[in-house]
Design a protein around this ligand. Sequence first.
Ligand code: ATP
Ligand code: MG
Length: 293
Amino acid sequence: MTVGRKWRAPQSDLRVAFDGSFRIDAAPTAPSSEADKVALEAARKERTQEIYELQRKLYADNRYAVLFVFQAMDAGGKDGTIRNVFTGVNPAGFQVSSFKAPSDEELDHDFLWRVAQQLPERGRIGVFNRSHYEEVLVVRVHPEFLEGQRLPNLDLETIWSERFESIRNFERHLAENGTIIVKFFLNVSFQEQKKRLLRRIDKPSRNWKFNTDDVKERERWPDYMRAFEDALNETSRPWAPWYAIPADDKPYMRLQVARIVQETLEGLGVGFPKIDDTARRALAKCREALERQ
Ligand code: ATP
Ligand code: MG
């Protein structure tokens, strides 16, 4: 049975092609026309309400696990988008995992080990705030991080294509066993990132989000863009598609993500399990018994 291959990723202009033709320079970072903030927010709330209802069915159906991966440059809007899109979903069936620089224990294992431990169970939604993709993004821009990984056969010529292959195989395996995988690249522009980082410095309630390294990383912007383009081309596949979401306008970005999340869940066709006649008769008997008590 090939559950993952039967499932169809939501259609969208924002979906990254599966044939390697994605060009990051041509991918929009802002909507093509100015949209009304209030209308966008209202449409997003409607999708969020539908996501809440679909999650209840996903949970009751208990066959699919659904994983949403979020990657972005710093200040791309991952936290706020996750918070907004999933507002109100039942926490019992929902889990967000954030991945920072790996710990000593994590470095003692292969790079997929820590993400495998955080995968959602059947019936649940899992969100990755950063993910195994850091291993072909930040680590590619900073190959010196590989030293800590103590790989016995490290070859800088082949390691990235090997990692892409590992990731494709890993995700395909998950898809074939009932995990639906959808990945979001929140595509913020260089200029908008500067504004957001300045806000983190200027606004006391945002100071905690500012990391002095973020400014240094900005200097490597072209390297990050090359790494993102490559990673998306190498790993956007029908069973685990990427969506490149324009991220300069937050309400617009959040609506696009909410729409794709809602359509992903709707596309599974999950519903509350139906009971057969025998079970229905048993229920009727229980009702009688309860009423007699
Ligand atoms: P924000 O976008 O709001 O700043 P954040 O996700 O950047 O939030 P931070 O604690 O600021 O959270 O940063 C986490 C850091 O961990 C990032 O710089 C990221 O690149 C780094 N990181 C994550 N995974 C790895 C990895 N496998 N190897 C090295 N660094 C990693
Ligand atoms: Mg950060």
